[in-house]
Design a protein around this ligand. Sequence first.
Ligand SMILES: Nc1ncnc2c1ncn2[C@@H]1O[C@H](COP(=O)(O)OP(=O)(O)OP(=O)(O)O)[C@@H](O)[C@H]1O
Length: 271
Amino acid sequence: MKILEIKDVTVHFQNQAILQSIQLSVKKGEWAALIGESGSGKSVLASSIGGLLPSELRVSAGAVYYKGRNVLACGKEEMRTILGAGISYVFQNPQSVFSPFYSIGKQFEEVLRTHRRLTKQDRRKKALEMLEQVGLPADRAYSSYPFQLSGGQLQRASIAIAMMLEPELLIADEPTSSLDSLTAASILHLIKKMQDKTGCGVLFITHDLRQAKKYSDHTYIIKRGNIAESGPTSRVFSNPSHPYTKTLLSSIPSLRSTPDRLPVAYGRTGK
Ligand SMILES: Nc1ncnc2c1ncn2[C@@H]1O[C@H](COP(=O)(O)OP(=O)(O)OP(=O)(O)O)[C@@H](O)[C@H]1O
């Protein structure tokens, strides 16, 4: 079942097309990767899904269906309900998710107050449970202010708050770009774990080809506002058809030449 279906979406800034006739879909439980270089239109596409485009950008054609409902035609109130409970975001910069003026726990509880009918005690219990699930010391994180957590810890908290209402679609917009590689790997592992637990669809926006290859079922390559190529990840990476995809893949030689497992000489002799 398709959770998200983007049909022929075109976005303009004044008379310049930033996205052109985009087609993309994400099924329940699927991990789709959207790969493209800087400025190709990844974030504009992510924003258009949740109706989060800045006012100077306009969707000039097409539709974005969330479970069959065109979100581009939804009113503000309906969109507010869909966002959070149906579609959630994790951004590159977790600071943008949290207010610096309130503790993390208070901000979790505020989301629950808006979307769920729970007692104060149950809101606190749920917040602590989510913080624990993402591997944070729950009590400390709950009472911390955002600046008291490291970048990696804050990204974990942002995943916890994004998953708290069990959304059906998680849009992860370059969630690891500001993190060191070890922390980045643990964050992607965590998103995968949360997906396995809830069965949500994931739209993973990245320029990291290795991570896309490792996690995604389906890959979309975007170039200057157009989908240059799409298909099952294994096919796109093993047998790319578009010259642009070939160039992207060949820019990281080890991606295609490094075997998934260590060679016998290193892996199995115990030496
Ligand atoms: N608010 C805006 N007004 C005008 N043009 C914009 C606006 N936001 C983005 N653009 C333009 O749209 C194009 C796509 O930008 P976008 O931010 O989606 O790229 P991206 O692929 O996410 O890049 P990055 O990987 O660097 O985040 C760029 O040419 C950018 O300059």
